[in-house]
Design a protein around this ligand. Structure first.
Ligand code: COI
Length: 354
């Protein structure tokens, strides 16, 4: 048995930090100096190492490339006033990653490799965590199959890595979303609730078709009837009708968002009514018509709280109430951000301090 807490550190000879314009950070194009790597072979994890960020070499026959055994996570780190780094709910990401791993026939990642690896990586690159208000260090853990074999079966070898990227907002402005009723993201019994790479690749063509019509993203509906809202691929969906926050319940077609879970908890604590229930596109559109739809927004790690101000359904577009005066999304979205940045007390003990 290896000691999973013992991580080898090989530092970059020079930092690239001075080349980064922290006031103009694109999402996911700039990467910090180091990355974590751990290999799984012969039924066991080898000692993890932290290395300079850089290209990796793979066999062209790697089963991840051919058959898509590849999963990932997304989380964020912020700086508080004392320059401590706060990582939001990393244990939840570790649990979700292992749930995805099981669904994709991949080995689970030991808690130490995930959490201690993360802690040491972030500590080493702590100067990469932005401290301006709109930005964060986005953390991307991922696991993929590395067997050089064209036979269709689960790989025997894997690589787990964590890379990090200082990022600005994922969405720069309120969104125009379309409720998708032709294409499908996930069907019951499929892999929709796993953070599997293929879910994202499969969503690109329908999203691109919609983008040609000026739409930013899609709200997916159920595969069977295309009636019920599911999620938006980069975020879970929230609707406020009158004074109640409604969000689709978790099932095998919806990613169990950690931001979703945290947002629901804070909304209930603030005394608002919350319903986790199926909601149809017709109910949303009819509430737009009667003026009962007060808010529509998405929540996610990268997306944070993303307001939706325009909605397209069956060829018709609807303007939604201006996001400026929305009560729940603004109040709870701000509260969540203040907890993540250590401005408000972390009463739930959600942050891991580095
Ligand atoms: C996240 O919010 O972390 C995601 O994974 C969404 C997207 C950037 C793929």
């Amino acid at each position: 048995m290896i000691n999973t807490l013992d991580i080898e550190i090989n530092k970059a000879s020079e930092s690239r930090l001075s080349q980064v314009d922290f006031d103009n950070l694109p999402f996911g194009k700039v990467f910090a100096d180091h990355m974590l790597v751990a290999k799984y072979e012969d039924g066991a994890w080898s000692r993890a190492s932290i290395q300079p960020y850089g290209d990796i070499s793979l066999s062209p026959a790697s089963s991840m490339i051919h058959y898509g055994q590849s999963i990932f996570e997304g989380l964020k780190a912020f700086k508080n006033e004392n320059n401590d780094v706060l990582i939001f709910r990393p244990e939840e990401n570790w649990k979700r990653m292992n749930a995805s791993a099981i669904r994709m026939c991949m080995p689970e990642i030991p808690k130490d490799i995930f959490l201690e690896g993360l802690r040491q990586l972030i500590d080493l690159d702590r100067n990469w965590v932005p401290n301006n208000s709109e930005s964060a260090l986005y953390i991307r853990p991922f696991l993929f199959a590395t067997d050089a074999l064209l036979g269709v079966r689960p790989s025997d070898t894997y690589m787990f890595m964590i890379i990090t990227a200082p990022v600005g907002p994922y969405y720069m402005k309120p969104l125009h979303l379309k409720i998708e009723t032709e294409y499908t993201r996930a069907a019951m019994g499929g892999v929709g609730s796993a953070k599997a790479a293929g879910n994202y690749g499969a969503a690109m063509y329908p999203a691109m078709m919609a983008q040609k019509e000026g739409i930013d993203q899609l709200i997916w509906t159920d595969a069977k009837e295309h009636k019920y809202l599911e999620e938006a691929g980069t975020m879970n969906m929230m609707v406020v009708i009158n004074d109640t926050l409604i969000t689709p319940p978790l099932k095998s077609t919806i990613l169990p968002g950690i931001t979703r879970k945290s947002f629901l908890e804070l909304t209930k604590e603030a005394g608002f009514k919350v319903e986790e229930r199926s909601i149809t596109a017709d109910e949303v559109i009819s509430a737009v018509g009667t003026g009962e739809l007060k808010e529509l927004f998405g929540v996610g790690t990268a997306a944070t709280t993303a307001q939706v101000e325009k909605l397209t359904f069956e060829g018709k577009s609807y303007d939604l109430p201006s996001s400026e005066h929305r009560v729940i999304s603004n109040q709870i979205g701000q509260k969540l951000l203040r907890i993540k940045k250590g401005i408000d007390p972390d009463t739930h003990e959600w942050n891991m301090t580095v």
